[in-house]
Structures are given as C-alpha cells and as structure tokens.
Design a protein around this ligand. Structure first.
Ligand code: PLP
Length: 386
C-alpha cells in the first residue's frame, strides 16, 4: 500500500482525549475539558427550536446568514467602534477553530514563519504545519505570564508572515495590555506581517479590567484578522459558531477555503445566535458575574490548599504551579491526580514549542457547576499533607 499523506504524520493524539479517557476510567472530576458542565441560556435553545420548526433547515449562504453577519457587524460597532462591512468583511465559520484554520491557510505559504505566544492553543500549530508554515514561539513566563521584549523581537524576521495573538489567553488567563499589543503591532508593521487575534474569551475579563480588541488599532486595520466564537460566549460550545472579521481581500481568500472545507454552517443555530446578539449587552453582564464568582470560589480553594499563583484576569482557565507538591513533571503529576485524587487536569507541556516551562504547571478549567468545583477542591485537600 502507498503511504498516507506526510502532512498529518507528525500529529499525535491530542492530550485532551488522553486525559478525558483516563478521567472516565477512574471516575475523576473532569477539570480537563475546556467547556462548561452546565447548559447555556434557555432563550438560545428556544430560538434554535423556533428556527427549526419554521423550516429554516437548508444550507445557509456560504459566507454565513446575512442577518447574523449584520448583528455581528453591529456588535463590533457598539463595543469597539469598529466598522466591518456586512457583505465583504465578515464570514461565519464552524467555530473559531475553522476561522483559525481558514486564516492560516489563506495567508501562509510553505516556509513562511508565524510568531505566537506559548503556551499556545494547539490548533494554531497544526494548522500552520498543514500549510507548510513554521511556528516561532515567544514564551510567556513568571507569575504574570509576561513576555521578554527582546525574545519577542528575535522571533520576528523577514520571513514572518503572521503573528497570532490570543487575548484573553488560554491557558494562562492573561489579558494582553494595550502597551503589549502596541509592542507586537509595531513589530508586525516593521516586518510587514499580518496579525490574527483570537478573542474567543472577549467577555471573560475579571476585576473590572477591559478586553482590548485588535480591531481598536486602526493603524493595522488592513493587516488584521479578528476571530471570536458564539459557542464560547453563549456557553454552547457544541453549536460551533464563530466568525472571522477582516479586509475584503483576505475575506475573499478565507471564503475560498471555507467553501471547500465546510461550505456553510448549521442554519438554525445561525438564526438563534443572530437573535441572541440583540440581547448581548444584558447577557454579557450575567455571564461575566457567573464566571467571576466561579473563578473566586476556585482560586480561594486552591490557595487554601497551598497553590501559589496570581488569579487569572480572564478566560475560564487557571495555570497552577505544581513544584511545591511534586518532583514529577506535569504529565506524570496529572496522571497521579487522576488516579489518587480523582481530579483530571491538562498537563500543559504539549502547549509549549520551545521551553520546558509547561512541566511546572497544570491547567484547570473552572467552567463548572459550583458542586463540581467544591468536589474537586475537597479531593485536592489531600495535597496539603505532601
Ligand atoms: C483560544 C481558543 N481559541 C479557539 C477555541 C475554539 O473555539 P470554537 O469552539 O468556537 O471552535 C478555543 C476553545 O477552547 C480556545 O480556547
């Protein structure tokens, strides 16, 4: 038999699958999975059911339903004073994940370099490799997960085609400041690179802090790609609805790829999200309060056990340092937590391309019912005696 394609040979099994399988085998509390263990809002479900019953069940237009693109455009105008043309600058995708894949494939030629900040969301790296690009990582370090400016400068070169931002950042919970974003933007301008900003946690920004969107930087409007996710925002990750906002030229290329990868996205869910975006202003306050309470509950419990970290400013993840409890690396310690204490986490070393930093941490997700958080904290109390 002839060989299968070389392109996918380097891809291992995702760490999420490995940990989730082990969690099930040991009946562990699953803080590994990056999604809520409770349902999203009732009104959204009603909207989807209304749409299905109204017969809106055939293929949607491939750029996405116009009504949804219109509501997305209005949202960015209201929240960030940014203008995106409904017809030529907005594409609805199968979650943010497809948007990331389309953007990378629309921009990257073999040999092009892509700068990103590690720990990285894993889909970036594999999408870059599929396109023949070369990932270049800058490591976020220390309690505040900051980057070293000279390391960042060194990651850029004449070969840099794209820099990927993710703010709020999974898994550190870091929010990139305006100054940090400006520093990265200046480097992108200097090296004539595009900038993709993955903002799927745009509404999960705690302690009264503010999310800064890439679309607020007009000077890079013609080289910016902004991605977000209704699945994340509305706590319905299984709906897989996202969008990509960018110039007509890049949109055109993105849609060419989209046309042959998924063609179009489930119609009734698009209708439901379009209607839900009319209530986003009230909804996002409730959403933030709910998650801020969960973050506080979880942070308090983890600190009482002895974990030493700064509470994350955004997302629903915490990256906790483990070295005060173990000499083991993240993968071994994550396995031990499942087997001995029935708590599943993600060992983040898989999210680092060049540094060993990941071996010192575990990623925990607090998008969970209060009773799930409390049960995990109860099980982890045993670590106090180590
Ligand atoms: C940083 C980041 N980007 C993108 C995604 C994927 O979003 P979606 O479910 O809309 O594809 C996730 C999901 O965990 C994420 O954490």
């Amino acid at each position: 038999m002839k060989n299968l394609a070389d392109r996918t040979q380097g891809f291992g099994n995702s760490i999420f699958g490995v940990m989730s399988k082990m969690a099930t085998e040991h009946n562990a509390i699953n803080l590994a999975q990056g999604f809520p263990d409770f349902d999203g809002p009732e009104f959204l479900k009603e909207y989807a059911l209304d749409s299905i019953k109204a017969g809106e069940n055939q293929y949607a237009a491939y750029p996405g339903l116009r009504i949804l693109r219109e509501k997305v455009s209005q949202k960015y105008q209201r929240e960030y004073s940014a203008n995106f043309d409904i017809d030529n600058e907005i594409t609805i995708t199968n979650g943010a994940t497809e948007g990331i894949y389309l953007t990378i494939n629309a921009l990257i030629n073999p040999g092009d370099e892509v700068v990103m900040f590690e720990p990285v969301y894993d889909s970036y790296v594999n999408s870059i490799k599929m396109a023949g690009g070369i990932p270049k990582a800058v490591t976020l370090k220390g309690k505040g997960f900051n980057f070293d400016e000279s390391e960042c400068e060194e990651a850029f070169s004449s070969k840099t085609k794209l820099v990927i931002l993710n703010t709020p950042h999974n898994p550190t919970g870091k929010i990139f400041s305006k100054e940090e974003m400006q520093f990265i933007i200046d480097l992108a301008l200097k090296h004539d690179a595009y900038i993709m900003s993955d903002e799927v946690y745009e509404y999960l920004v705690f302690d009264g802090k503010k999310h800064i969107s890439l679309c607020e930087f007009n000077e890079v409007r013609e080289r910016s790609i902004i991605i977000s996710s209704a699945g994340k925002t509305f706590g319905m990750t299984g709906w897989k609805i996202g969008w990509v906002l960018t110039t007509p030229e890049i949109t055109n290329e993105i849609r060419k790829v989209h046309q042959y990868v998924t063609f179009s996205i489930a119609t009734p869910f698009q209708v439901a999200v379009a209607r839900a975006l009319d209530h986003i202003d009230e909804y996002k306050k409730e959403f933030l309060n709910l998650y801020e309470q969960k973050r506080n509950r979880f942070v308090k419990g983890l600190k009482e056990i002895g974990f030493d970290f700064e509470a994350p400013s955004g997302t629903y993840f915490i990256l906790v340092p483990i070295k005060s409890f173990t000499d083991k690396d993240d993968v071994e310690f994550a396995k031990e937590l499942i087997k001995k204490y029935q708590v599943a986490s993600i060992p983040p070393s898989a999210f680092y391309l060049k540094s060993d930093e990941g071996k010192n941490y575990l990623r925990l997700c607090f998008a969970k019912k209060d009773e799930t958080i409390d049960a995990a904290i109860k099980n982890l109390q045993a670590l106090k005696s180590l």
